[in-house]
Ligand binder design. Structure first.
Ligand code: PGA
Length: 253
């Protein structure tokens, strides 16, 4: 059965001290995760060890890196390998966030290589996809997202694809306060799952978690997550406020 996941994406925010405070506040607030639910915190690289140490002991709670490099090791100044992440206990990496695609020119092909190296090292990619406003206005979101999935993921085997978490994040909803309606989210999540079903079969598609991202907050999480093909959220702004993120965890189905 696929997991329901609340994933926090801190992006380039907070200091080590503020991050630690936030995690302490989250631990102190009442929340529960059942067998099929996970909470994941994608924190900046310098805080990974601290966050893993603090949260690693809790059941179904994981720490994620926000990026990794596509090479095993070597002369790549400033980059971080999956082996390095492995060595400090990290099991998840966010890949292909629209901010990385836009500001760091990450292409579908480059992301395919990152997906591969993660899977080779037993790290779960949280693979982001999603269209810009102009694409949505032209009603081409399905074709756009299909191309992202095809070029970065469809070379994987049926066994491998079930180890990938998908995060659908319409760029027009990220950090804008403008959330997709639950109907819009359900429609494209069902479409994404149908693409996996067409390629890998329905049983495989049913096992893949598809998260929604883009202005998820405590007030809209329950409604979004209640949709049959929305398996939780990737949360930016609201994940920086303990009470908000805990309410989002508690909104998982
Ligand atoms: P947001 O960001 O929740 O602040 O819109 C989501 C994301 O970029 O992952």
């Amino acid at each position: 059965m696929r997991k329901q996941i609340a994933a926090a994406n801190w992006k380039m925010n907070l200091t080590l001290q503020k991050g630690e405070e936030l995690l302490n506040e989250i631990i102190a607030l009442p929340h529960s995760l059942n067998e099929d639910q996970q909470a994941i915190f994608a924190v900046p690289f310098p805080y990974l060890a601290m966050a893993h140490q603090k949260m690693g002991g809790y059941k179904n709670v994981f720490i994620a890196a926000q990026n990794c490099y596509n090479k095993k090791s070597g002369a790549y100044t400033g980059e971080t390998s999956v082996e390095m992440l492995q060595s400090i206990g990290i099991k998840f990496v966010v890949l292909g966030h629209s901010e990385r695609r836009e500001y760091f020119n990450e292409s579908n092909q480059f992301l395919a290589e990152k997906v591969n190296i993660c899977l080779e090292n037993s790290i779960t990619p949280i693979f982001c996809c999603g269209e810009a406003l102009s694409v949505r206005e032209a009603n081409s979101q399905n074709e756009f997202v299909t191309k992202q999935l095809e070029e970065s993921l469809f070379h994987l085997s049926a066994e491998q694809i079930q180890k990938v978490v998908i995060a659908y994040e319409p760029i027009w909803a990220i950090g804008t306060g403008k959330t997709a309606t639950s109907e819009q989210a359900q429609e494209i999540h069902a479409f994404i799952r149908s693409q996996f079903a067409a390629k890998y079969g329905a049983a495989v598609a049913e096992n893949i978690s598809v998260l929604y991202g883009g202005s998820v907050k405590a007030s809209n999480a329950k409604e979004l997550f209640s949709q049959p093909d929305v398996d939780g959220g990737l949360v930016g702004g609201a994940s920086l406020i303990a009470a908000e993120f805990v309410a989002i965890i508690n909104a998982l189905k």
